[in-house]
Design a protein around this ligand. Structure first.
Ligand code: GLA
Length: 402
């Protein structure tokens, strides 16, 4: 048999399924070897929810695919076009999930997206209803996985939503240890259903970080897992999420990523400095980069942030190690991410005024005289023992050191 990525992925997946099967039960937190072939670096692309929410249509998704190509974003690495909640209708007499009027022909849409050199993602829930009240996959997991594979789906975001009600009904409390086991098994069930289709489908867990999902996400087949509740397009919420992620660094790696939620860059609720901070922090966190704006109406400033080659290279670094804080002093935070060849260091100013932020080179194990590229200011600099820069309010200076 010729060696191709889907065969490799399938084999790894079968092993993973076996290991997972053995691990299911109270001792589920045992780590399994994750399938690193599907998401060797954090997934990049676009998702409909942050901008379009329940209004998203086939037309919007095609426009997003067109824009990914014409803007150069596809070639910069943004390849997943992900439809979030509200595409679902009910089921037909055979129990097969149907699309609603906003999505007249999902297979044709997948063909269109694939024809542009992109991949298509979709959304469902282990519960009977999705978070927006549409039809979920409860008791139809194998059937839905087969439908997705037949359509040509490449990515599934699986959102807990109303499965919490089932957990509560069956165990009396949706946060009990028994409910937690039910939740893990629900994710594992869909993972096995996806594997059984033979189609490589990235599996994105969305259950808001409950029960330390980062400890068992890979065991149930997750390639990424949301670590928090929803982001919104405010500096306050974005930083609340982003700056809380340091302790999770050890759980990220090739094939299995922490997901602090989709990007809000370009949605209008933050200024340029704040969006540059957002993009930088997500790259330091090795987070999935799923743009959440209207790509067909994006400003050149927004595109420059999303498409910055150095920031994308940091996010996609093949070593796959997530960054952590080096030093926090009041509103000044210095974070560092090890890279395959060097490191990235971000000097954040979370204060309400522009002000100095200092990188103490010894914190980073660097010597005075080391050269660095100041990414957002696009200039080369030489680092001194206490390298101090003035950083805009809610802004960042990002240094790339080779
Ligand atoms: C939840 C998820 C969001 C989005 C909505 C859709 O809130 O966390 O990312 O998918 O559901 O209903």
């Amino acid at each position: 048999m010729p060696l191709n990525p889907s065969n490799i992925s399938n084999k790894a997946g079968q092993w993973l399924a076996l290991i997972s099967l053995l691990a299911i039960g109270p001792a589920i937190v045992q780590a399994a070897a994750p399938d690193t072939t599907l998401a060797p670096t954090p997934p990049m692309g676009w998702n409909s929810w942050n901008h379009f929410a329940d209004k998203v249509t086939d037309k919007d998704v095609r426009a997003a695919a067109d824009a990914l190509v014409s803007s150069g974003m596809r070639d910069a690495g943004y390849i997943y076009v992900n439809i979030d909640d509200t595409w679902e209708a009910g089921r037909n007499a055979a129990g097969e999930i149907q699309t609603n009027d906003k999505f007249p022909d999902m297979k044709a849409l997948a063909d269109y997206v694939h024809g542009k050199g992109l991949k298509l993602g979709i959304y469902s829930s282990p519960g009977p209803k999705t978070c927006a009240g549409y039809t979920g996959s409860y008791q139809h997991e194998e059937q839905d996985a087969k439908t997705y594979a037949a359509w040509g789906i490449d990515y599934l975001k699986y959102d807990l939503c109303s499965y919490r009600d089932i957990m509560k009904q069956k165990t009396g409390d949706d946060r009990s240890p028994e409910a937690s086991e039910m939740m893990k098994q629900a994710y594992e069930k869909m993972h096995r259903a996806l594997l059984a289709t033979g189609r490589p489908i990235v599996f994105s867990l969305c259950q808001y970080g409950w029960d330390d999902v980062w400890k068992w996400g890979p065991v149930v087949g997750g390639n990424l897992w949301r670590t928090t509740g929803d982001i919104d397009d405010t500096y306050k919420r974005m930083t609340e999420i982003g700056f809380s992620q340091g302790p999770l660094a050890q759980y990220a790696g090739p094939g299995h990523w922490n997901d602090p939620d989709m990007l809000e860059v370009g949605n209008g609720g933050m200024n340029g400095d704040e969006y540059r901070l957002h993009m930088t922090l997500w790259a330091i966190l090795a987070a999935p980069l799923l743009a959440g704006n209207d790509l067909s109406r994006m400003s050149t400033d927004t595109l420059a942030i999303l498409e910055n080659k150095d920031v994308i290279a940091i996010d996609q670094d093949p070593l796959g190690k997530q960054g952590e804080p080096l030093r926090v002093a009041g509103t000044a935070e210095v974070w560092s991410r090890p890279l395959a060849h060097g490191k990235a260091i971000a000097l954040f100013n979370r204060g309400e005024q522009p002000g100095p932020v200092t990188l103490h080179l010894k914190d980073a194990g660097l010597k005075p005289g080391t050269g660095a590229h100041d990414v957002w200011n696009n200039k080369d600099v030489t680092l001194t023992a206490n390298y101090t820069v003035t950083v805009p309010r809610h802004g960042v200076v990002l240094l790339l050191i080779h």
